[in-house]
Ligand binder design. Structure first.
Ligand code: FAD
Length: 332
């Protein structure tokens, strides 16, 4: 308890841009992504995940955003009622709580989906007032049961629009043109990148072109979709550099720990799993063995990425701190 309090007294020192951490560190850093708990849950699940990982001194922690989804409730009459609910609210509150408890920066994910530009502006004002100056700007996916992303009326169709809006606020320009001398925000904007192409893009080059537009519009770093084959990441970085994307590209890592992920990861994230890894996991005859294989694979991946001096190893924890901890202990 004393430790936690001590940190929060010095909390003002941590408000730094994500990119500054990369600039200042000669070594590869470690960072984490956490998911808000399901509605009705508490901050305990976040702290239980992060407490054991703080020894690795992550300069920042990302918190995902989950838009509303539709569920169908059967009424007594037999008809179904369509209800929109957000199952994992609380992104901004969690960020503030993380900053307060650990004295590290928290990076909320902000989506186009479900937001008008006006609502985006208000959300950004909240973030600015809370001194949350790092944001990962994303489009978001289609809602469950919808087959494609539909932009909110009055909202942005893709992450580029969101980056542009944030960049305008960084210059003191708000949607209301009547605002003179608007406060200039100081957002450090991250965006997503896809070493194996975003699934909706007609081809890799066009996808990369759109990513470059996000950078040219003011985004200052990229966090990648997970990958299990480091060559995909290295090729992606080379291609980015060849078209003039020169910002830090942070590899996103999700160790495989369950056999069903052999199918669910490609289906959900549109990425390939290397043959060697898939074969070993398929052969394993119990869940403990699968986990060991996944952890060993991730350790080798991380060792190679670190040897190539990537800015940061960014772990998608999904509430599983133990796996990340075991990997990091072997790599650093
Ligand atoms: P965009 O950059 O907008 O790209 C979306 C598609 O549109 C791509 O196919 C792109 O090529 C195309 N495109 C881009 N610009 C243009 C243009 N100007 N004209 C035409 N086409 C264009 N989802 C969540 O809901 N919550 C999260 O917290 C979350 N966190 C994530 C974190 C990371 C690191 C990553 C990699 C993904 C995350 N996602 C999250 C998923 C993300 O929302 C989806 O992958 C989504 O489908 C695309 O988001 P984007 O920001 O990459 O979109």
């Amino acid at each position: 308890m004393f430790f936690v309090r001590t940190i929060s007294i010095f909390a003002q020192n941590f408000i730094v841009k994500v990119t500054e951490y990369f600039e200042k560190s000669e070594d590869t850093l470690v960072s984490f992504e956490v998911l808000p708990p399901l509605k009705g849950g508490s901050m305990k699940s976040i702290f239980d995940t992060l407490d054991p990982l703080m020894e690795f001194k992550p300069p920042f922690v990302d918190v995902t955003y989950h838009r509303e989804e539709y569920i169908y409730n059967q009424r007594e009459s037999g008809y179904y009622e369509k209800i929109a609910i957000r199952k994992r609210p609380g992104t901004v509150g969690i960020c503030a709580a993380i900053m307060h408890r650990y004295g590290v920066d928290a990076v909320p994910h902000l989506l186009c989906g479900g937001f008008t530009k006006e609502e985006t502006e208000n959300a950004l004002i909240d973030l600015n007032f809370l001194n949350i100056n790092n944001v990962l700007a994303l489009r978001g996916d289609a809602r469950r049961f919808e087959d494609k992303f539909v932009k909110q009326p009055g909202g942005h169709a893709n992450a580029l629009g969101l980056v542009q809006q944030m960049q305008k606020m960084n210059k003191g320009e708000y949607l209301d043109k009547g605002i003179d001398n608007g406060t200039k925000t100081d957002f450090c904007i991250g965006v997503a990148g896809y070493p194996e192409k975003h699934f909706e893009s007609p081809n890799f080059e066009l996808d990369l072109d759109y990513t470059k537009q996000k950078i040219d519009a003011g985004a200052s770093y990229i966090v990648t979709q997970m990958f299990f084959d480091n060559d995909k990441y290295f090729e992606y970085v080379d291609k980015c550099r060849s078209i003039g994307i020169n910002v830090p590209i942070v590899p996103g890592l999700k160790p495989m720990t369950k056999k069903y992920q052999l199918n669910s990861i490609p289906r959900r994230f549109y990425i390939n799993l290397p043959e060697a890894l898939s074969k070993e996991v398929a052969k394993a005859n119990n869940s403990a063995a699968v986990k060991e294989i996944g952890i060993e694979w991730a350790i080798e991946q991380c060792k190679e990425l670190k040897a190539k001096n990537v800015p940061c190893l960014h772990f998608y924890t999904m509430g599983d701190w133990e796996t990340s901890k075991r990997i990091i202990e072997k790599v650093f």
